[in-house]
Write a protein that binds this ligand. Sequence first.
Ligand SMILES: [Zn+2]
Length: 176
Amino acid sequence: MRIISLAILLVLHLVPASLAEEGHEEEETLIEDYFVCRTCGNDVSVANLLFDKYSPLALSATNHTLTEGRSVLIQEVQNSRGFRYTIFLVKQASCQKITAQRWIAKSSWFPGYAWKFCMCPKCRMVVGFMFEPIETATIERNFPSDAGFYALIHNSIITEGYVNSLLMKEKVLREN
Ligand SMILES: [Zn+2]
């Protein structure tokens, strides 16, 4: 699973960018950290793909150190039913493919973008939302284009760095 999802993420975003910049073919990209589904541990995205975009509808927007050495914009948003989510943004993520699922243009936290849910491909839990410019948010489009992005729900995602720190702690406790 890690290899498949990584291949998708790298091919779509990291490698083309580094090739263009560096101008040579073999470019290794160091993965800064993995974002994994809190429910099942499946890879959802990587820290390299983080980016910040303010929602004019956010109830709050603060910077957090989500992963080592990187400050991330975390925003609290509310849907039309009053549910609140704390989200951060990535350019790419692994979501369950659901064909013929409509993009919703109203009640979008990012004006000009339509949205739909992002469900973990392994356990089907909602881990975030996908956003696509309204003009290109067609029924045939399952996932956002390069002009779109993903909002991951902070409570549904943990970093692998955090998982490893827990495992280390457990190891230390067991050995003492
Ligand atoms: Zn999952």
